[in-house]
Design a protein around this ligand. Structure first.
Ligand code: NDP
Length: 323
């Protein structure tokens, strides 16, 4: 082996609630996990302000604070948390290989993928400004909808997610305005019908976002454009929700793992964290386009560490029997 190759029992890729929970369990099981934090240490929660729905925090906690606490908890039991990004893997042989920042090579007995998914945004400067400030732009209605109770909000998107989130928001907010860029929904008929039949949801077809308006601190409205008539006008709102899809961060695994048509990793055995490659497990949003919550990510992180531990135990007893 060249000097640059490091051998580990358990490599965890990603540092959201899934990765850190996997790390807590794996380190307590003496698997000496090495965790690479990836491009966005702490994951999607670091772009969230208050997390009020994670059990155990009666007063709520900010996303970044929660991720620091999770990291400390993983480190307390010995997880080796490292800066760095896994840029390439090779799962073709009995040893699972991964490369950090395109250079350092790691050989791992088990790998837990917790690379998450990234919400897609429109990319407007004003949208990014209020997103970064925590001033009223969100890509998760279930996480942030509660902060807009009895207020007026705007949501962009026309798929199942947008319909589900608009419906969720309609139960909390005074009014939900839904911006659909074409003259039809992409969502399934039943979901589209549900929003159409909800009194406090107004659907604006052929309508695109020009700019998210604000007072420099928080969102105050949205400037929109009708792409048929060309009309431009403002809609008052305190919240701007973007529901135009997510992209799972799974590109580097596509040559080895079974992915669905949108890139989510498929669980080879439903109800477990197993992938189609023995010894490679998945947790969190990289395999979940349905729930996408911190608590579900943490739950599947726990499952992945337990599955990895059992896999190693079975391998070790196989080896002992052979000798
Ligand atoms: P989708 O890719 O299905 O839909 C994205 C929507 O966002 C489309 O309507 C698209 O418009 C719109 N959009 C994309 N870019 C822009 C833009 N720049 N400006 C305005 N609108 C834009 O993503 P979803 O997250 O909704 O769903 C992903 C998958 O998950 C789907 O298979 C869906 O069925 C599934 N899902 C299922 C659920 C359920 O069954 N309960 C719940 C949630 C998701 P356009 O149509 O014009 O392209």
């Amino acid at each position: 082996m060249s000097e640059t190759i490091e051998r580990v029992k358990c490599l965890i890729i990603g540092s959201g609630p899934a990765g850190y929970t996997a790390a807590i369990y794996a380190s307590r099981a003496n698997m000496f996990p090495v965790l690479y934090q990836g491009e966005q240490p702490g994951g999607q929660l670091t772009t969230t302000n208050d997390v009020e729905n994670f059990p155990g925090y009666p007063e709520g906690v900010t996303g970044p604070e929660m991720m620091i606490e999770l990291q400390k908890q993983a480190e307390r039991f010995g997880t080796d948390v490292r800066h760095g990004w896994i840029t390439k893997v090779d799962f073709s042989g009995p040893v699972h290989k991964a490369w950090v920042n395109g250079e350092k090579e790691i050989h791992a007995d088990t790998i837990i993928i917790s690379t998450g998914a990234s919400a897609k945004y429109l990319g407007l400067e004003s949208e990014q400004k209020y997103l970064q400030m925590g001033g009223g732009v969100s890509a998760c209605a279930v996480c942030d909808g509660f902060f807009y109770r009895n207020q007026e909000v705007v949501i962009v998107g026309a798929g199942d997610s947008a319909c589900e989130e608009a419906h969720y928001l309609s139960k909390l907010c005074k009014k939900v305005t839904m911006l659909v860029r074409r003259d039809v929904f992409r969502a399934s008929k039943i979901m589209a019908e549900r929003v159409k039949n909800t009194e406090n949801i107004e659907i604006l077809f052929n309508t695109e976002t020009e700019e998210v308006l604000g007072d420099g601190q928080v969102v105050t409205g949205v400037k929109v454009r009708n792409n048929v008539s060309g009309d431009i006008y403002d809609i008052p709102a305190t919240g701007f929700f973007v529901a135009i899809g997510h992209k799972p961060n799974t590109d580097i695994f596509k040559d080895y793992l079974e992915l669905d048509e949108t890139g989510y990793i498929i669980n080879a055995v439903p109800g477990t964290s197993k992938t189609n490659v023995e010894g490679v497990f998945v947790s969190g949003d990289a395999a979940d386009h349905v729930y996408r919550q911190a608590i579900t990510a943490a739950g599947t992180g726990c499952m992945a560490a337990l599955d990895a531990e059992r896999y190693l135990a079975a391998k070790e007893s196989e080896l002992a029997m052979a000798n």
